[in-house]
Design a protein around this ligand. Structure first.
Ligand code: CA
Length: 133
């Protein structure tokens, strides 16, 4: 009886670990360096979150979000990082400064946008996450 229970708990923990692993890969894009220019941006589809890290020797991460529908959107991200939203031509259309966690912007047609995440010198803050909805 005890052995069976232990086995069930073991299986339950395994399935929870698999579920968490799946959740991480299904709902959040993770960065791949180099991603320090628009041309090297890590690409993912609208509807996912993204996360990574920056530091004094890797001061920016660029992300490209594809299939963003037209209309109003907001970027919700870690307040410890400055983040900018850029249009498909690379022009900044919105900026979330350090200390704030959301910024609104709008897009005129379905297409791609970029998000740039900047390290703040001497902040000691390296890890970030954000969503665009
Ligand atoms: Ca980077």
């Amino acid at each position: 009886m005890k052995k069976v229970l232990r086995k069930q708990i073991g299986l339950w923990m395994l399935s929870m670990a698999m579920l968490l692993g799946f959740a991480t890969t299904a709902f959040a894009a993770s960065e791949t360096e180099s991603n320090n220019t628009l041309g090297q941006a890590n690409v993912y589809n609208y509807g996912q979150g993204a996360g990574g890290s920056v530091n004094s020797s890797d001061t920016v991460d660029y992300w490209k979000i594809t299939n963003v529908p037209s209309g109003s959107h907001f970027l919700s991200g870690y307040s410890g990082m400055s983040m900018s939203v850029l249009d498909s031509n690379g022009s900044v259309i919105a900026t979330k400064p350090v200390g704030e966690s959301t910024v609104w912007f709008s897009t005129a047609s379905t297409g791609s946008i970029y998000v740039a995440v900047y390290y703040t010198a001497n902040s000691g803050i390296y890890y970030y996450g954000y969503n665009v909805n």
